[in-house]
Design a protein around this ligand. Structure first.
Ligand code: AMP
Length: 400
């Protein structure tokens, strides 16, 4: 079974509504400080234009209140940047629904692009309001979803709108995310290793439970290790801990014993006397932490253990940093794990970095092109790797 993508469809003379992700950072002067998301959407837009179709782009930007226009969240700066990148004027509707949008959409000629104002100026977008979805759908005769980052949300532009089109077509960006985060991880080449880090167990519990039954090796780093160590009865000093998840951590430690997964916790940690980059620090074994000490990174023995497993894997999934990588003195564990994932890629493994802070780490270290796929969607990628179905993805039509 394969998904219908823009490559399978001829858009000649079709007015196509694309849900894009133009949620870009904009400074106080209205300047876009990073246009990566706009640039990434160009291949899908160009495919439709090259076919002789016209394009209507819709997106959200930031978190407006949902009760009308707010200058700080206007997509007008995006219109300018998109025009520059496409080297053609982009038309703009000051409201995503209503008479102006409808008129501009109806008058679109092949090769033209229209950008709609921020969807979230209407609270009906997040409410997945059927009448609002119908109004969006009435603008076009084809629909493409290319916004992976919002595909875990059932909003009007990602879910409700789909009820009004015969075919739901995947854009090229969304398709690439699904090939890696869904197809390749659902049917992985073994050995398959998942590395989970980040702050807390609570946000990753479903991910741990799901991956426990899929992977050969499950490596745990980051702040959540201390809840596991507390569950094992170790002193963890003043390290991050979720007291209310200690029982859960015990259950997981029991469950992994029966699951056959190679469950790896760090052997040593870098501890500091304060939560500060310049605080005096040292390396101790995980069962030698003293009261008051704070664990801020994994230690060198752990890195060697983890890197060895990662290098020998044929599929690697990584989500979450190994330590407080924002502080240079506690970034080493994350850097070394990143380097091991890059090495695995060079050895022929499929490597996927799934969203959030591990993506920032990969980019900061300049490793983006040494990983098979670096996901653009934080919440969406975490839900996919946790085995959950994403509402917008479930709507994509099958290729006949
Ligand atoms: P998450 O959003 O759950 O992936 O968590 C990412 C955050 O976890 C980053 O901001 C890291 O600084 C933080 N983190 C990683 N290791 C630790 C640790 N040992 N103690 C406190 N925070 C940590």
């Amino acid at each position: 079974m394969s998904r219908l993508t823009v490559k399978d469809v001829n858009f000649r003379k079709r007015r196509t509504l694309i849900r894009v992700d133009f949620n870009v950072p904009i400074d106080a002067n209205g300047n876009i400080t990073n246009d990566f998301r706009i640039v990434s959407s160009l291949p899908t837009i160009k495919k439709i234009l090259d076919d002789g179709g016209s394009v209507i782009c819709m997106s959200h930007l930031g978190r407006p209140k949902g009760s009308g226009y707010e200058e700080a969240f206007s997509l007008k700066p995006v219109r300018e940047r998109l025009s520059q990148l496409l080297e053609t004027p982009v038309l703009f509707a000051s409201d995503c629904v209503g008479p102006e949008a409808l008129k501009l959409a109806r008058e679109l000629k092949p090769g033209q692009v229209l950008l709609l104002e921020n969807l979230r100026f209407h609270k009906e977008e997040k409410d997945n309001d059927p009448a609002f979805a119908q109004k969006l759908a009435s603008l076009a005769d084809a629909y493409v979803n290319d916004a992976f980052g919002t595909s875990h949300r059932a909003h009007a532009s990602t879910a409700g709108v789909c009820d009004h089109f015969e075919q739901i077509i995947s854009g090229l960006l969304l398709e690439k995310e699904l090939i890696y985060l869904k197809d390749k991880l659902e049917d992985p080449l073994h050995p398959y290793t998942a590395i989970l880090g980040g702050a807390k167990i609570s946000g990753k519990i479903d991910t741990i439970r799901h991956l426990m039954n899929k992977v050969d090796n499950l490596i745990i780093g980051g702040g959540m290790i201390f809840t596991f160590f507390k569950a094992k009865g170790y002193e963890i000093g003043a390290s991050l801990v979720e007291e209310d998840k200690v029982e859960l951590a015990k259950e997981i430690l029991e469950a992994v014993k029966d699951s056959g997964v190679n469950f790896l916790l760090p052997l040593d940690v870098v501890i500091a006397e304060a939560f500060e980059n310049d605080a005096p620090s040292s390396i101790v074994d995980v069962d030698e932490i003293k009261p008051g000490q704070i664990g801020l990174d994994i230690g060198p023995r752990s890195v060697r253990l983890f890197a060895d497993v990662i290098r020998k894997s044929n599929t690697v999934l990584w989500n979450g940093p190994m330590g407080v990588f924002e502080m240079p003195n506690f970034a080493k564990g994350t850097e070394m794990v990143c380097a091991a994932v890059a090495e695995a890629t060079a050895n022929g493994a499929i490597t996927v970095v799934g969203g959030g802070d591990s993506v920032s780490a990969v980019k900061k270290l300049g490793f983006s092109d040494k990983i098979s796929h670096v996901s653009t969607g934080g919440g969406a990628s975490l839900e996919l790797i946790s085995g959950l179905k994403l509402p917008a993805v479930e709507k994509i039509s099958e290729k006949s």
